[in-house]
Structures are given as C-alpha cells and as structure tokens.
Design a protein around this ligand. Sequence first.
Ligand code: FES
Length: 164
Amino acid sequence: MSGKFGKKFEQVCDVLDRHEHHPDNLIAILQEIQEVYSYLPEDIMTYVATALGVSPGSVFGVATFYSHFTLAPKGKYVVRVCDGTACHVKRSEDIIKALEEELKLGGGKNTSDDLMFTLETVACLGACGLAPVVVINEEVHGSMNPEKAKALIEKIRSGETGHG
Ligand code: FES
C-alpha cells in the first residue's frame, strides 16, 4: 500500500526536502508524513531513517513514544466511545463490548480486517450532557446504548454496500 514510487512517496520526499533532511526535525517530519498516509508505514519510517542518516531504531523510538503517532492503518470510520466519568457511569463499557463483538475486535486488535472501522475509547469528549457518547469520525451521537451503537454500524455498512 505504501508503494515506494507512488504519489504519496513523492510527498514524503517533499517533506524531507522541506526539512532539509535534518534529523532535528524528525518529529515534524513524522507528523507531516502521518498526514500523508494517515499512519506511519514501517517501510517509510525505515526510508526516513536512511534519508536522515539516523538508525531506524531511533525513528521507531520516536514514533512509538508519542501517542499521536499511529503505526497501523486506521479504518475509514473511526468510532470513538467516550469512557470518561459521566459516560462510564452510564455504562459506556457495555457499548464498547457490543461494538467489539459487532466488529470482531478486541484483544489488542482495534481495526477491522476490511479497514472499515477502528474502535477507540477516549476520555471525556466534553459532551457529558449527552452521555454516553459515541463519535464516528466527526459526528457526535448522544444517549447511546449497545443496540443503538450497533445500529449505527449497520447503517454505515448498508450505506457502503447499499448503492452498487
Ligand atoms: S464523560 Fe463522556 S462526554 Fe464527558
């Protein structure tokens, strides 16, 4: 997927050029590359290491240290279930369990094999009045329960496969 000679790879080269291949800019470089791919592919990180003249280990180290870097591709739909206090007392855990079951996730796996869905839990989304809250991409859904949450997934699925 991260084809070395594709358009995205050209963008990686642009990013490196713009930062003059300077290892001090590693974090900024990784950030911009993540914007290109929406995650940090392993072969690209190895390439960046070579281009900057640093060890691959130090690039991987930075990428794994900062939580805003993602090392695995995310699904087209990122489903974030709030597990902040207000949502937690309203049983957000049941929603998480139901979605894990629905999407066949869990045990460290949080993206479906078809790359359609990524399930994440997050701390308070600042919409406690709507607890429990589920956000799918940027869309906020309040007063959720396991059934409603599963219905949202089904709706997306049928929308994706529905029209031809
Ligand atoms: S705790 Fe979930 S929105 Fe605040």
